[in-house]
Design a binder for this molecule. Structure first.
Ligand code: ADP
Length: 489
């Protein structure tokens, strides 16, 4: 088997001078010519490959299929890369494999067609790519590389996990799949802007960024951008960090800060009120002690009796104030317990313990829609309803056939419970005020103005609220709400 004579010398010279491995193969698959570059690349002695079947250089795993591929090329010969998109390897004489890139073409020498193959050893490039991959994979952040059209060329496992994708699933997709739909339209514009002025920077400075997971969930992210130019082409690198945990911590801190601020405010009010309200009975006592002294000197027994009675009242008032204050301060200090209790039995218990005063005031109690189990500190929740019921007995029992109704309303995120009366109602200007410490509208009744402050505090500790809806003279609706997480049934 020989090449046509007239071409051989010239061909050999050309082939030898090309800086990659060159092979010339006839239609039967015999190697007719190859250069020393190729022999060295595959570990053969000079001329050792001549006459051998090309399949000697094809790895065993694809060797069977190779003659068919050859025939296919011979039927449609054209200049092209072999095995486009696949990782090609060539078999060396020592049976090891090296990664290669192979360009194919055909030539006619005389009437005979030959296939010419240019083989480049890409071991070094593959190694570098692998090294790059290893580095990218070992970074704990999500890494994304896109081209100037926004196509994802590379993503590492942390990024795929963060966004809920399978390995390699993002490759070839547009980067916008990771952007929530409401920001998607504007995103290519941002990309173009960055491409025009690419410098290393944080994305969306000052704004909260969110990424879109495959399952539609959004996650808060922080994104660092950079760019690189390889072979004249621009690529963009994004490093993505999931900051869900950090956000949660921030929110917790924010909440704690607000709580501290609120506590401070309460403290201020407390100091003010203590000095103001606790002083009142003291001032009263002081003046009655003076009266008492005078009465004793004058032996005025009626006066002595009266002054002593007023002193006792002031003393009792002081005691009540201090006790209620202590109770309020305990609400905030003692850890909330977490029990599942039936709302209707809780209400029954309150009704039972207040049954004497309720019947003395002729108050009918009606409940509706209270078949819920709630996860609460049952003692504290009891206190809430005890306070609200007691207020009805004090402020809303004067009318004929007074009625106390308890009913509920369930919204998307909370369960609301209402204690409704038919009393005189409360002017809206006082709706907020009465939940404050020592705030009272009616001094005819016994009380310290601490009850509703305790109700509000307990509900707040349960992540809920307390408020009043009322338009005099049509009674009052005192509402408390619990988040649905605390509602079991
Ligand atoms: P206290 O009952 O010790 O005064 P609260 O904090 O329980 O303290 O109530 C504050 C004020 O709100 C009461 O003094 C009263 O004026 C008003 N109030 C409470 N409940 C009702 C009600 N059901 N109807 C009308 N007014 C009420």
């Amino acid at each position: 088997m020989r090449l046509p004579n007239e071409s051989e010398g010239l061909l050999r010279k050309i082939v030898e001078s090309v800086p990659s491995g060159i092979l010339l193969v006839n239609t039967q698959g015999n190697i007719m010519l190859c250069n020393s570059e190729l022999e060295a690349m595959l570990g053969y002695e000079p001329h050792e490959l001549l006459g051998k079947k090309i399949e000697a250089l094809v790895p065993f795993s694809v060797r069977d299929k190779h003659p068919a591929m050859r025939a296919e090329f011979a039927a449609h010969p054209s200049k092209r890369q072999m095995g486009a998109g696949r990782n090609l390897t060539a078999l060396k004489k020592d049976l090891s494999e090296i990664p290669v890139e192979i360009g194919l073409n055909h030539v006619y020498l005389g009437t005979e067609m030959y296939v010419i193959a240019a083989v480049v050893d890409i071991t070094e490039r593959v190694r570098q790519e692998e090294r790059f991959r290893t580095i990218v994979e070992s970074v704990p952040n999500g890494i994304l590389m896109i081209n100037k059209f926004g196509k994802i060329l590379l993503s590492n496992t942390p990024l795929e996990k963060m966004f809920g994708y399978e390995k390699g699933e993002l490759i070839g997709q547009e980067v916008e799949v990771l952007v929530p739909t409401r920001f998607r339209e504007a995103h290519p514009q941002h990309r173009r802007k960055f491409a025009e002025e690419p410098q290393k920077r944080r994305m969306g400075a000052g704004r909260d960024l969110t990424g879109l997971k495959k399952d539609g969930q959004e996650i808060p992210v922080e994104i660092g951008l950079n760019h690189m130019t390889v072979g004249g082409e621009q690529f963009f690198l994004a490093s993505v960090v999931d900051i869900t945990e950090r956000k949660i911590t921030e929110q917790k801190l924010q909440k704690a800060y607000q709580e501290v601020q609120q506590k401070n405010q309460e403290m201020e009010q407390f100091v003010y009120t203590v000095s103001h309200d606790l002083k009142a009975p003291l001032v009263t006592s002081a003046s009655y002690m003076d009266f008492l002294r005078e009465d004793i000197e004058e032996k005025n027994f009626e006066g002595i009796h009266d002054s002593l009675m007023r002193l006792e009242n002031a003393h009792r008032r002081m005691k009540d104030l201090i006790e209620d204050l202590l109770q309020l301060s305990r609400v905030g200090r003692i850890e909330l317990s977490d029990e599942t209790v039936s709302l209707s039995s809780l209400l029954d218990d309150v009704q039972e313990s207040l049954k004497e005063i309720l019947s003395a005031k002729n108050i009918q109690v009606e409940t509706a829609g209270v078949d819920y189990s709630i996860r609460v500190d049952s003692r504290r929740m009891y206190q809430v309803f005890e306070n609200l019921f007691m207020n009805v007995t004090k402020y809303a029992a004067d009318g004929p056939d007074p009625l106390l109704r308890v009913f509920t309303q369930r919204t998307d995120n909370e369960l609301r419970i209402c204690v409704k009366d038919q009393g005189p109602g409360i002017d809206p200007v006082y709706h907020q005020k009465i939940f404050g410490l020592f705030q009272r509208l009616d001094n005819k009744q016994e009380g310290t103005g601490v009850g509703l402050a305790i109700v509000a505090r307990i509900m707040q500790l349960h992540d809920g609220k307390a408020w009043v809806e009322s338009m005099p003279p049509n009674g009052s609706e005192f509402w408390v709400s619990l988040p649905l997480e605390r509602v079991v049934l």
